[in-house]
Write a protein that binds this ligand. Structure first.
Ligand code: IMP
Ligand code: MG
Length: 173
């Protein structure tokens, strides 16, 4: 069983400030427009909730879930859609909301299948990015924080389904 209290990497206030700045940036990019956010379950739930609350635009939301086989701290690279969206994307300004881009394989898969559904624009917002781990080149339009190759938990991110409710991003020592 890992330590009960992970060490703080990005504190609550720093997260809140950065998420508000991202919301502002997205709002500027879609002036007056209706933005359709797609939250990748479950890790991006807290990020989505704070992001849309900080936004002044008209927004709609939808959810999908993917699984990459293997339950450890690295993903196996094989991605599967396990819960699909409720709504179509045709003609919409869509932003995928992800918790973290690691190898990039999950995001690459999502961008491919969602692009095929005919959105007007398709962008991606990720709270965290670990560029040193990339196996595939993916475009991320809005990045919260770039971090080193450390396994992080909290603010939606889990280790074996634990720690999602931490109000900060932490590292299990
Ligand atoms: P990718 O396909 O390798 O980019 O993996 C992306 C997914 O792996 C994320 O959506 C997370 O669910 C998970 N993941 C990658 N790194 C971490 C981490 O440091 N902590 C928690 N989950 C992670
Ligand atoms: Mg995830």
């Amino acid at each position: 069983m890992p330590a009960a209290r992970p060490t703080v990497l990005i504190g609550h206030d720093e997260l809140a400030a950065r998420v508000a700045a991202l919301a502002e940036e997205i709002h500027r990019d879609f002036p007056g427009g209706q933005v359709h956010f797609i939250c990748v379950l479950k890790g991006a739930v807290l990020f989505l909730a704070d992001l849309i609350r900080a936004m002044n635009s008209k927004v709609t939301i939808d959810f999908l879930a993917v699984s990459s086989y293997g339950g450890g701290t690295t993903s196996s690279g094989e991605v599967r859609l396990i819960k699909d969206l409720d709504f179509g994307l045709e003609g919409r300004d869509v932003i995928i909301v992800e918790d973290i881009v690691d190898t990039g394989l999950t995001l690459h898969y999502l961008q491919e299948i969602l692009q095929a559904r005919g959105p007007r624009t398709l962008k991606t917002a990720c709270l965290l990015s670990k560029p040193s781990r990339r196996k595939i080149d993916v475009t991320v339009d809005y990045v919260g924080f770039t971090i080193e190759d450390r396994f992080v938990v909290g603010y939606g991110l889990d280790y074996a389904e634990q720690y999602r409710n931490l109000p900060y991003i932490g590292i299990i020592e």
